[in-house]
Design a protein around this ligand. Structure first.
Ligand code: HEC
Ligand code: HEC
Length: 292
């Protein structure tokens, strides 16, 4: 009797192992194919005056306020920003022209390809680089980033290649991880020239692109962005920020401490990024969130 039961259990386990292996093989090849796809995209032609001091100064503020430093490191010389055996090893590139960084002839066209299209020079998609958000920047804001970034002091830092782990591939296959932003971008869209930086809901809506990746398009938050992270808060009018004054909102996004006494962890809610926002930017965001 026992032998019979063991045999049945053995068969069931065997079938399960085969099913799991089959599922993973399918995921493995399909995600690999998406990672190796070559995109035929002609980037929008943009000219950047790399000596314009207003552009450079704005770009210098943006590399903090648009989150570049959170992934590429404080000196933009690149860093490992996810190192997890299941998710994978994700390296944000050295953005300077030192050893291990961008090639010497990396030009405005390459910058636009990366920021607006999420694509590398060889036509393959960049991994996990949130270009689907930067693709919505105005032309002027993108120029500011390029003007500043293309004159960074050289930093020599060789980093290993990114490698997506099994869980990373499965989550990508299930649409739960934005590994391939190039797939989410309308590559034919041209950038809006400029948006007036003033305390209006319209400007706030533009800035809120930076919050969408986690707080969702309706800003009502929801499931954690990745395993091990907390659920994302509702920051629309129905959430806590709807009850705050503009001053409390600004204070929270600059100190990570909410009026309710909660301390937001920088790694979970990137307030080192929002800390660099101007009063006008934060007021605009608060106005916009309160319209939702
Ligand atoms: C969520 C993390 C993250 C943020 C935020 C981020 N990057 Fe990246 N970026 C990456 C990763 C990861 C790569 C490498 C992708 C790869 O190797 O496939 C990358 C690659 C790049 C590249 C390399 C392109 C190439 O041709 O190899 C450029 C340029 C770049 N990022 C610029 C920026 C700028 C400018 C910002 C801010 C406006 C920024 N990144 C914000 C993660 C990030
Ligand atoms: C990388 C993901 C991520 C991004 C990007 C992000 N947030 Fe958050 N945010 C979170 C998470 C997660 C929480 C909840 C943290 C917790 O519960 O400890 C949170 C909480 C908050 C809170 C506190 C809400 C409360 O009820 O206490 C505010 C306010 C907030 N975010 C505003 C913003 C704004 C504005 C932006 C865009 C400029 C933004 N966040 C971008 C992940 C993010």
């Amino acid at each position: 009797m026992l032998k019979k039961i063991l045999k049945v259990v053995g068969i069931i386990l065997g079938v399960l192992v085969l099913l799991v292996a089959g599922f993973y093989t399918k995921v493995y090849f399909s995600v690999k194919e998406r990672m190796n796809k070559v995109y035929a995209v002609t980037p929008q032609e943009i000219t950047v005056d790399a000596t314009d001091s207003v552009l450079i100064a704005t770009g210098q503020r943006y590399v903090r306020s648009k989150g570049c430093k959170d992934c590429h490191g404080d000196d933009l010389g690149g860093k490992v920003f996810i190192d997890d055996p299941a998710l994978g090893l994700l390296i944000a590139r050295n953005l300077t022209k030192g050893e291990g960084g961008l090639p010497d002839d990396y030009d405005t066209r390459d910058w636009v390809l990366a920021l607006k299209h999420g694509i590398r020079r060889d036509g393959k998609p960049l991994l996990f680089m949130p270009s689907h958000e930067y693709a919505q920047l105005t032309e002027w804001d993108m120029k500011a980033l390029i003007a500043y970034c293309s004159q960074l002091p050289k930093i020599d830092r060789e980093l290993p290649q990114s490698d997506v782990g099994p869980l990373g591939k499965i989550l990508t296959d299930l649409g739960k991880l934005p590994l391939l932003p190039a797939e989410m971008i309308d590559h034919n869209k041209t950038l809006v020239k400029e948006i007036k930086a003033e305390a209006t809901a319209a400007y706030g809506k533009y800035l809120a692109t930076a919050c969408q990746g986690c707080h969702r398009e309706n800003m009502k938050g929801g499931e954690p962005v990745a395993p091990g992270f907390p659920p994302v808060a509702d920051i629309s009018a129905s959430g806590n920020p709807g009850k705050w004054t503009a001053e409390q909102f600004m204070e929270t996004l600059r100190t990570g401490k909410t009026p309710e006494g909660k301390t937001l962890k920088q790694e979970e809610m990137p307030w080192s990024m929002t800390k660099a926002y101007t009063d006008v930017e934060l007021r605009a965001l608060h106005l916009y969130l309160n319209t939702l």
